[in-house]
Write a protein that binds this ligand. Structure first.
Ligand SMILES: *Cc1c(COP(=O)(O)O)cnc(C)c1O
Length: 395
């Protein structure tokens, strides 16, 4: 059906670069996913939970004061920040939770960096009565203690990972290792459009609900497609989710990465803007790596963007030119955060604050009648201390 995705490749990107021991598990997952793709009952349950548990459809909100501030086009926010657990990640966690249950797996393992995917997975597992183990770097456990508490309160076990930099990259490696050893009854619930085939495809398909809803809302309210769509890119799931249903339309798509403290060495996470192709966590994609193929340290003020890889479909969309990728630094993200808070009374997460900031320039360059759709992927409650610290230091 989807030619670009034949055998799990998007052009030269994607694939399945894993140890032999994982191949049967990935093949089993691929078969199970093929089966549910055309299973109407599965999607009915997915959409019913979306409606009554997550709170979908999320509103398409016309940010009038933010639009005025841009001096140009109208800015529309897809309000994924209003999803249960506070971000788009629950769409994927519930979809894969249902898939795990369908496959007869009673135990779920997941990785988490800032804890957002861990919280979404813990919620989905509580709801679906699945055992839940979340791997998290010890440094992140320290930094993100409210999310660790949330996961535990919902019945998940949080396992500390001490290896390497003790952050997200090591947590993913550890979750993969656990999966290999318990594969008969364990499901690996991956949090973004990364990893070996079929994860980039199935996570995208669960997140595409964002773009499909936005398209319907645009058509019924404005009677037309938007001129531009802007979304932040960490692993790339909220961006793929909103872009995917518009790929064949005359709409320009813009992914915003984190330029951190600047695009010099080790101070950013702008994988598609500054990286080179390579293999990480089972997939071939753009990567931040040194001349010897060692993974570079990364930085972003937004924990969800702080990852040296990116989903393989984004690498393909970059090279074909279908999507344009840019980078916004920490200071820009903080300005986006403050503008949305003050002009609209909405505290955005620091991740989509990068997209908000860039969208102001995009809107500025269009006439008043133009429409710029921005994916507001999550709410900012988790980030208020980071923002307050930064602002007090600055003053
Ligand atoms: C995790 C997260 C992201 C980054 O992940 P993607 O897979 O790139 O979407 C972006 N926004 C929020 C609010 C997040 O929690």
């Amino acid at each position: 059906m989807d030619k670009r995705n034949k055998r799990g490749y998007f052009g030269d990107f994607g694939g399945r670069f894993v140890p032999e021991t994982l191949m049967p598990a990935l093949e089993e997952l691929e078969r199970a996913y093929k089966e549910i793709k055309t299973n109407a009952g599965f999607w009915e349950e997915f959409h019913a939970l979306g409606r009554y548990y997550i709170g979908r459809p999320t509103p398409l909100y016309h940010a009038r004061r933010l639009s005025e501030h841009s001096g140009g086009a109208q800015i529309l926010l897809k309000r994924e920040d209003l999803c249960h657990t506070g971000a788009h990640k629950i769409n994927n966690a519930l979809g894969q939770g249902l898939l795990a249950r369908n496959m007869g797996k009673r135990r779920v393992v997941a990785e988490t960096g800032a804890g957002q995917h861990g919280v979404a997975t813990a919620a989905a597992c509580a709801l679906l009565d699945l055992e839940c183990v979340v791997f998290m770097g010890s440094v992140d456990i320290e930094r993100q203690s409210p999310n660790v508490q949330r996961m535990k309160l919902m019945g998940a076990e949080v396992r500390s990972v001490e290896a390497g930099s003790a952050t997200l990259k090591e947590a993913i490696s550890e979750a993969l290792r656990d999966w290999v050893t318990h594969v008969d009854h364990t499901y690996y619930l991956l949090g973004s459009v990364v990893g070996p085939h079929p994860y980039p495809t199935l996570v995208r398909d669960f997140q595409a609900v964002i773009g499909r809803e936005a398209r319907e809302q645009l058509m019924s309210t404005y009677g037309r497609l938007p001129d531009r769509i802007v979304a932040c890119v960490g692993g790339g799931s909220n961006a793929m989710g909103i872009f995917y249903p518009f790929l064949d339309d005359p709409v320009s798509l813009i992914g915003v990465e984190a330029a951190g403290k600047g695009l010099g060495a080790d101070t950013h996470s702008a994988t598609l803007v500054k990286g080179r192709p390579g293999v990480l966590h089972g997939t071939r994609s753009y990567l931040l790596q040194d001349a010897h193929g060692q993974i570079d340290p990364t930085h972003s003020i937004a924990p969800g963007l702080d990852y040296p890889g990116v989903g393989p479909e984004h690498s393909f969309l970059r090279d074909t030119g279908r999507v344009k990728y840019v980078a916004v630094d920490d200071a820009g993200a903080l300005e986006g955060f403050q503008l949305l808070s003050r002009l609209e009374g909405i505290l955005p997460a620091l991740e989509p604050s990068h997209a908000i900031f860039h969208a102001l320039f995009v809107a500025h360059d269009l006439p008043k009648e133009g429409l710029v759709l921005v994916n507001l992927s999550g709410r900012g409650d988790k980030d208020i201390h980071t923002v307050a610290d930064y602002l007090s230091k600055k003053i």
